[in-house]
Design a protein around this ligand. Structure first.
Ligand SMILES: *Cc1c(COP(=O)(O)O)cnc(C)c1O
Length: 223
């Protein structure tokens, strides 16, 4: 079942690339496996899926240990507590949810020297809800400038989790705004737009997403 859902999502991505004049293969599927067991990760790994996203550090480290024989690219996408930055800097290839200079500095300092630079996206709050993580779009240029200077991490782009909306045109709106703002910062050569989830991946691809983070549509609803 999970492998047929993987095929279905990959074909939706391909179709959306065609429909919205995106380069074939320009959108990466990140399988969001939080709360799901290693056996389910393994099942779609066997089908060729290589990028997995996790939100909880402890849970991710356990699964990484169980799956250490696999060549998985691990992405951290959850809220980052400062006491977890060392583990995150050590055990992940990407971090999508950086939303402060101090977290970026810790990740930079704690990234082991023998590993490639840690790929970083800055999380933007497009819904202006105080409670949610992410910086405002107005603060993006300054944080880019500061983070781009840090060693051992590589600033790749931006990530956002907009407020859920089931209307296709309204889903596109925050992504369009974020894409336009990011394109203005061309000196940083940002090439990653981490946006689109199970409910809005087509709208996200229409607006320039390069990584869609899909959980429930792939693994089924979480408890
Ligand atoms: C859980 C989660 C997802 C996946 O959400 P679905 O709606 O299940 O696809 C994507 N991004 C982040 C940051 C998440 O925490």
């Amino acid at each position: 079942m999970i492998s047929s859902r993987l095929k279905e999502i990959l074909s939706q991505i391909k179709q959306a690339e065609t429909n919205y004049h995106r380069k074939p293969g320009s959108v990466l599927l990140l399988a969001v496996s939080k709360t799901k067991p290693s056996s389910e990760i393994s099942a779609i790994y066997q089908e060729g899926q290589r990028h997995f996203g996790e939100s909880y550090c402890q849970e991710a480290l356990l699964k990484q240990r169980e799956l250490s024989a696999f060549s998985i690219t691990w992405h951290f996408i959850g809220p980052i507590q400062s006491n977890k930055t060392k583990a995150i800097a050590t055990h992940f290839d990407w971090v999508h949810s950086v939303d402060s200079l101090s977290i970026a500095q810790r990740l930079s300092k704690q990234r082991p020297a023998n590993l490639a630079p840690l790929n970083i996206c800055l999380q933007i709050n497009m819904s202006n809800e105080i409670s949610k993580s992410g910086i405002s779009l107005d603060d993006l240029p300054q944080l880019c400038e500061q983070v781009a200077k840090l060693p051992n991490i590589k600033l790749r782009g931006v990530m956002t989790i907009p407020a859920p909306d089931d209307n296709f045109e309204r889903q596109r709106h925050p992504y369009k705004m974020l894409y336009q703002a990011t394109k203005k910062l061309d000196q940083y050569k940002l090439n990653t737009m981490s946006f689109g989830m199970s409910g809005d991946l087509i709208a996200a691809i229409a607006e320039g997403s390069t990584i869609v983070r899909v959980g429930s549509a792939l693994f089924g609803t979480r408890d």
